[in-house]
Design a protein around this ligand. Structure first.
Ligand code: ZN
Length: 163
């Protein structure tokens, strides 16, 4: 990776760290379709409390909102901020696909070319993928999102149609 690209990636990460998107817990955690999870990355000390609200409209289950509170390093916080940009408003199936692409990038040890069309600012973490200890930081928010979303899908499916 060129030094220029590296600097650009670092700038994107720093920008999300300083001005996180969608930060702060919102909504009613006990509402239908809402699940809250707490994930920690003990190797670095990163923690995130994340709330997902899914809503079904016209037969499509969508990520209505993702809100969170987080403490920890700049990579974990910036990555969670980027993730909310990428999944909020998307159908769950599509958002899960983006999660998969990001996971592949992070597990590629720096050998995977980031897809800007899918990952947008998420490409900035391509450099982080070379450092195994930091990969967990970058994945913390994404794993929390997937966990909460999977749980919400289960409860939504089991709840059936009351109305
Ligand atoms: Zn960290």
């Amino acid at each position: 990776m060129s030094a220029e690209l590296d600097a650009l990636y670092q700038e994107i990460i720093l920008d999300h760290y300083k001005n996180p998107h969608h930060k702060g817990l919102r909504g009613d955690p006990s509402a239908d379709g809402t699940v809250e999870v707490h994930h920690v990355n003990p190797t670095c000390g990163d923690e995130v409390t994340l709330r997902v609200h899914l809503e079904e409209a016209d037969g499509v289950l969508r990520v209505q909102d993702v809100s969170y509170d987080a403490v920890g390093c700049s990579i974990s916080q910036a990555s969670t901020s980027v993730m909310t940009d990428l999944v909020i408003g998307k159908p769950v199936e599509e958002a899960m696909g983006v999660h998969e692409v990001f996971l592949t990038l992070m597990q590629g040890k720096g050998s995977v070319e980031p897809d800007e069309e899918v990952l947008e600012d998420g490409i900035a973490f391509a450099g982080v993928a070379k450092f195994p200890a930091r990969v967990k930081c970058a994945l913390l928010g994404w794993m929390a999102w997937k966990d909460a979303t999977s749980q919400s899908m289960t409860t939504t499916a089991q709840g059936g149609d009351d109305d």
